[in-house]
Design a protein around this ligand. Structure first.
Ligand SMILES: Cc1cc2nc3c(=O)[nH]c(=O)nc-3n(C[C@H](O)[C@H](O)[C@H](O)COP(=O)(O)OP(=O)(O)OC[C@H]3O[C@@H](n4cnc5c(N)ncnc54)[C@H](O)[C@@H]3O)c2cc1C
Length: 459
């Protein structure tokens, strides 16, 4: 395949935020509030609400909102759910500590929260918990509008229609001095110089043929962060939902008819919509996964609806760049938050925990990036070599379709080793290492490998 280097323009900013979901917008707002004299630029591939935050099919989001006296119980519950993944107690505590401020922030935006007849916020148990301490807001397009208005009001510069295809760095692990942005339609590559970069790129669900994340995700996050030198953890732990193929409605395996002794696990399975890792009731999902047919579906008997054809759909990832309490990735000047950051949840995550982490670490990363940008050296004129981009969008689409089919076949939980899986992994490995390959294809391959061949937690 021929590749082209496009002409480029170079822009300047102080803090560059990549991604316009809850995490990216929260980070941009916090950065500008912390340092109103610094320029904050937010990159958003789409103008419309997008990604899992503002375009998910539920048109609602729940957030864990432990009150101060519930903090300890929340931390204990979240840590209990983390094995066999990596959860850092300090990061989980940060969620509990910031939860009241996150809720105040959302209330201050005027979001449409579900309330009791008394007007109090209505509390719900999140998945994997029976303690009602999560709040829910409805209407994601208006939530998006409120976030955008707050960011614009503070003077955040929002650049629509671009996707980051790489950081400008001397080498992986060194301080980024900006990023390269590809147009989402035909046009020129854009370089952007910055003193600090916040990655809020969303999760890995766009890498799969069956997915329920909102449109506008790229699936590039793991690859981009790994290539920048960040350490990834928990990348094997995606949450999956079962969809009924005709209605595309969710079906909880706890609602299906099971023979003994699996039937005993159904009540526990009803406590969470996504699949679990390491919990006893994961046996129900494993049974369904083991019975998937060539077309990727399984027929199962529902308790009241008869036989249903089900498919697993990728929902959200629990992995990402391991961050510290201020959202630092370990690469100087590079921060991460939201679904592309990890360490605050492990293999399983409390329902409503991701919105809380996107807001907690979005705000913390934004503030820390503002401090970093004031101390960081000014970036030089030269951003270094541009990423290689494929001149044929059709070629990238074709690659993405193949990748998604392969990930749906070989990237499901517990997929056994096989010669076909090894071939798929080897092909991705070659693309990920090929410096001449298109950057998008390379990053996609790298992201997929982070799921198929995750690094050992101790490495
Ligand atoms: C149906 C559904 C329901 C959910 N419900 C809940 C819930 O109730 N509670 C909960 O806690 N979690 C829930 N989740 C998970 C949660 O919504 C997401 O994990 C969270 O919103 C992610 O926020 P984010 O900002 O990290 O990513 P996103 O909202 O996905 O935003 C990522 C942003 O990055 C942009 N982007 C992608 N690639 C690039 C690039 N290369 N360069 C620049 N920008 C890029 C995208 O366009 C997007 O703007 C749900 C998820 C789904 C799919």
């Amino acid at each position: 395949m021929r590749h082209a280097r496009l002409d480029s323009d170079i822009l300047d900013t102080d803090i560059l935020v990549l991604g316009a979901g809850l995490a990216g917008l929260r980070a941009a707002i916090a950065a500008r509030e912390a340092a109103p004299f610094l320029r904050v630029t937010l990159i958003s591939p789409r103008r419309r609400p997008s990604g899992s935050s503002f375009a998910n099919r539920n048109n609602a989001l729940g957030m864990q909102a432990p009150a101060t006296d519930q903090a300890e119980g929340f931390v204990a519950e979240a840590l209990r759910l983390a094995a066999p993944g990596v959860a850092v107690p300090e990061l989980v505590r940060a969620l509990a500590q910031d939860a009241p401020a996150c809720l105040d922030f959302l209330l201050g935006l005027g979001l449409n929260f579900r309330r009791e007849p008394s007007g109090d916020l209505r509390l719900f148990p999140g998945c994997f918990s029976n303690i009602p301490r999560a709040v829910i807001f409805d209407g994601l397009a208006s939530a998006h509008a409120a976030f955008l208005a707050r960011a614009r009001g503070l003077g955040v510069h929002i650049l629509h229609g671009h996707e980051a295809l790489g950081l400008a760095q001397e080498r992986p692990g060194s301080r980024p001095f900006g990023a390269w942005l590809a147009p989402t339609r035909a046009g020129r590559m854009q370089g952007i110089r910055a003193r600090a970069v916040v990655a809020a790129l969303g999760g890995p669900a766009p890498l799969f043929a069956r997915r329920i994340c909102g449109p506008g995700g790229s699936g590039l996050a793991y690859g981009l962060l790994a290539e920048a030198g960040a350490r990834l953890v928990n990348t094997a732990y995606l949450q999956w939902f079962w969809l009924e193929t005709k209605s595309l409605g969710f079906v909880n395996p706890g609602e299906l008819r099971w023979p003994e002794p699996l039937a005993l696990l159904a009540p526990a399975r009803l406590l969470h919509c996504p699949t679990a890792v390491g919990l006893a009731d994961a046996a129900l999902d494993q049974d369904l996964l083991a019975r998937l047919r060539q077309d990727g579906s399984v027929v199962a008997e529902h308790g009241t609806r008869g036989a249903l054809r089900l498919v697993p759909a990728a929902h959200a990832g629990n992995g990402g760049a391991l961050i510290d309490e201020q959202g630092r990735t370990g690469v100087p000047g590079l921060f991460a938050c939201g679904e592309c950051a990890s360490g605050m949840h492990g293999a399983n995550r409390l329902g409503g925990g991701m919105v809380l982490s996107a807001l907690t670490f979005g705000a913390r990363a934004g503030r820390a990036a503002a401090a970093e940008a004031q101390a960081a050296p000014a970036p030089g004129r030269d951003l270094g070599p541009q990423p290689v981009v494929s001149p044929a969008p059709d070629g990238v689409q074709h690659f993405l379709r193949r990748l998604r089919r392969g990930m749906q076949r070989f990237g499901l939980p517990g997929t056994p080793d096989s010669p076909a899986r090894r071939d798929f992994v080897a092909t991705l490995g070659r693309i990920a290492q090929d410096v001449g390959a298109g950057a998008r294809e390379r990053l996609l391959a790298h992201s997929a490998l982070a799921i198929l061949e995750p690094q050992a937690p101790s490495s």
